[in-house]
Design a protein around this ligand. Structure first.
Ligand code: BGC
Length: 761
């Protein structure tokens, strides 16, 4: 078998100089020598035992046994180069001698951790997002990984869903631009992978972020039209940008689980969008189709394969049942061939047949100064200043009390999905402030996360407890609440200003972490109330993976800086914003509700037949609440700066255009404050009349510009027919003639408009 592999590798080297047909011939040749069992083996993906722990290749390892039997196409969840190299050696000398894919959940950086994806999206900086992915790919390949489970592009309108932290927020246009940036960053700009580029895996396809009631893994109920207009664009853009693979999601759509959904996998992804890569299931998603009530493992495996799902992650449905299904005529060998071919093509494109060890040399480095610099830049640009009554920026010589459970917690700076990060590499908020301040810096933890120690343990250890009941790696609530409060108050009374570092634990967002109460947890809210009573100005520095309800905080705090979870360089970047070395420029990509009862809440909603202004009080017989405004607390696109920007009225190069023409919209933006800064200029549209209902506004462009104090720039947007199109009720992507309102401004609430007519043909 070794001989066969060498032969194939040599021919791959010769053939890979040219294009696709060479690959076809190579894969044809390879597959002609493979048994059906070996082909099914390629469709099987397993996690490494223990997930991310240090491992040795031993005969007791179940994956090693499978490998030797030619029954594995890839392994994920471990980035120990020596271990992975050992597995690769076995793969090459067993079965058909085909190299393995090594996957990993690298979601926002590998070892050098970038801000969580929701934070990154608030930078509105596509080049920067691309750089974070590029850096992650370099670190991934330095540690043996050649396939990353990113970008996560699920649109989410409901902050109860913990996985909102992993995506780019609520807007499909922005989400599409961000999806492309990630794909470019991981895979490079051409179709050739150098040894520091990786396959991407776009997830979770599809519509996973629309889980009913924000409860993770829950059913999705959307019309195809709403799915196409409101949710699909990021998946489509990623597919068209050449993403190598997609991961099917856990949820159902139209009564069919996504992992066996012909419409999603075949008609849309491959048919309409031309995706040519392979689709892997989410972890155990095939086996979960049994719980969805579709059939036993054999039945659901057969249906998934037929629908176009190529690789089975951790269900053992394909290796366990497909051979039998071939015998019974439930699937054909050509169904298996199709899936196997797609996986082999990905390995070929990645260069694994030329050099199966190209990512396993152990020569790359992590935590380089360049990687840290990217993490720092990303952290600076993704913080969102939600409120400021003038207390920020802080004076360097001020006496500062840094209070709260997140002030000095390196672990919590990384956020969700940071399998390989090292806590010791993270800069805490306290470290960052101490490194800049020239006055006294006092510190007190001030409170636990929750009033209940049991709740605190349950959350802190929730991931480990899913595998090891009762797991605990440290004590919680070791200091009495009264003492914590007394220390916080004593420090605050001596200070000129209090920096209160509060929020939610990383374990409170991400996968399997939905919440029904999205306020700041009880113990910390009480701390804020005690601090408020001191009369000192308070800057709330918020750590969170989702929008929280902050009405009380907005009324009572002097400033609120939403830092999300910033990663390795958190403290440095946060301190630079607090002291004004960096002027904050992040803008929200997700609406902050006033109350959880408003959810789902999103700026691009429809109008209803009985609309009611967002900020108007309750009125009978119109679409509103008796006890809350329709308005969010902080709208999509919103974020303050230390300077101020003023917008002129947008103007058009012509007031009408033909259906195949175009116009230019221009708007003047002036930095009217005293500090230089970045502003993200946003463009929204509204179709006044159309044959189906459309949102009250839809983002269709944005430009992040740097303006010196006093400077004015004119920003131009090209208005093209494509920008004005939508999916009508027949699911045709159409431009309908008529009036369009074009709006520009600093956020989705504060807009000025101009009218454009699209002429009938
Ligand atoms: C998650 C995916 C992840 C996979 C592998 C699943 O539970 O939904 O996002 O990529 O596990 O770790």
């Amino acid at each position: 078998m070794k001989k066969l592999f060498l032969l194939l590798a040599v021919s791959a080297t010769v053939l890979s100089c040219s294009g696709k047909s060479e690959m076809d011939r190579f894969v044809d040749n390879l597959m002609s020598r493979m048994s059906v069992e070996q082909k099914i083996g390629q469709l099987n993906l397993h996690s490494a035992p223990g997930f991310v722990s240090a491992l040795k290749v031993t005969d007791e390892d179940a994956n090693v046994k499978l490998l030797k039997a030619g029954q594995l196409g890839g392994i994920y969840g471990n980035s120990d180069v020596d271990y992975l190299r050992g597995l690769q050696e076995i793969a090459l000398s067993s079965g058909a001698g085909i190299p393995l894919l090594f996957g990993m959940d690298i979601i926002h950086g590998h070892e050098t951790i970038m801000p969580i994806p929701l934070a990154l999206s608030c930078s509105w900086n596509m080049d920067l997002i691309e750089k974070t992915a590029r850096t992650a790919a370099q670190e991934a390949t330095a540690t043996g990984i050649n396939w990353v489970y990113s970008p996560m592009v699920d649109i989410c309108r409901d902050a109860r869903w913990g996985r909102i932290a992993e995506g780019a927020g609520e807007d499909p246009y922005l989400g599409g631009e961000i999806a492309k940036a990630y794909v470019r960053g991981y895979q490079g700009h051409d179709n050739v992978y150098d040894s520091t580029e990786v396959l991407t895996c776009v997830k979770h396809y599809a519509l996973y972020g629309a889980a009913e009631a924000g409860r993770d893994y829950n059913s999705v109920f959307l019309s195809r039209q709403e799915a196409l207009n409101g949710y699909m664009r990021p998946y489509e853009e990623a597919a068209k940008a050449g993403a190598a693979s997609f991961m099917s999601s856990f949820n159902e759509f139209e009564g069919v689980p996504a992992s066996m959904n012909d419409f999603l996998l075949d008609e849309l992804l491959r048919g309409r969008w031309g995706f040519e890569g392979f689709v892997v299931s989410d972890a155990t998603a095939i086996a979960e189709e049994v719980n969805h009530g579709i059939g036993d493992l054999q039945e659901v495996s057969a249906r998934s394969l037929k629908a176009g799902l190529d690789m089975d992650m951790n269900s053992d449905g394909y290796v366990g049942t497909l051979l039998q299904s071939v015998k019974e005529g439930r699937v054909s060998v050509s169904d298996i061939d199709r899936a196997c071919r797609r996986i082999l093509e990905a390995k070929y494109k990645l260069g694994l047949f030329e050099d199966p060890f190209r990512h396993l040399k152990g020569t790359g480095t992590v935590y380089t100064p360049d990687a840290r610099e990217v993490a720092y830049q990303a952290a600076c640009e993704s913080q969102v200043l939600l409120k400021n009554n003038g207390v920020l920026p802080l004076r360097k010589d001020a006496r500062i009390a840094v209070i709260g459970p997140f002030a000095d917690d390196a672990r919590e700076m990384s956020g969700t999905w940071t399998l390989s990060s090292h806590r010791s590499e993270c800069v805490t908020i306290l470290d960052g402030i101490r490194s800049i301040s020239r006055g006294p810096v006092l510190h007190a933890r001030g409170s636990d996360i929750f009033l209940s120690g049991e709740q605190e343990e349950n959350m802190l250890f929730s991931t480990m407890r899913a595998f090891v009941p009762g797991y605990k790696d440290r004590e919680v609530h070791t200091v009495s609440r009264s003492r914590l409060t007394a220390e916080a108050l004593a420090a605050s009374r001596q200070a000129d200003v209090v920096v209160a570092c509060v929020g939610e634990l990383a374990a409170m967002n991400g996968e399997g972490a939905s919440r029904t109460d999205i306020g700041i947890p009880d113990a910390q809210r009480q701390l804020l109330e005690e601090l408020k009573a001191t009369g000192k100005p308070i800057v709330l520095v918020l750590t969170t993976g989702r929008p929280l309800t902050l009405v009380w905080e907005d009324e009572n705090m002097d400033a609120i800086l939403c830092t999300w979870a910033q990663g390795t360089e958190a403290g440095r970047a946060i301190a630079d914003v607090l002291f004004g070395k960096v002027n904050p420029s992040g803008k929200l990509t997700t609406s902050f509700p006033r109350s959880v009862g408003q959810l789902p809440l999103y700026y691009n909603h429809k109008n209803t037949g009985r609309p009611h202004p967002d900020e108007a009080p309750y009125k009978k017989f119109v679409s509103c609440y008796t006890d809350e405004l329709n308005a969010p607390l902080y709208p999509f696109g919103y974020g303050l700066s230390y300077t101020a920007f003023s917008y002129g009225k947008p103007r058009l190069s012509a007031s009408s255009m033909t259906a195949d023409g175009g116009v230019t919209l221009s708007v003047d933006v002036t930095n009217t404050g005293a500090m230089d800064g970045y502003e993200t200029v946003q463009l929204y549209i509204r179709a006044v009349f159309s044959s189906s209902t459309r949102p009250v506004k839809e983002l269709k462009g944005f430009r992040k510009v740097f303006l010196k104090a006093g400077e004015t720039k004119t920003i131009d947007f090209a208005i093209t027919p494509d920008l004005l199109k939508y999916y009508n009720h027949n699911l045709d992507f159409v431009l309908e003639p008529g009036e369009f309102q074009l709006m520009t401004g600093p956020d989705s609430r504060d807009l000025r408009s101009v009218m454009l007519t699209v002429e009938a043909k």
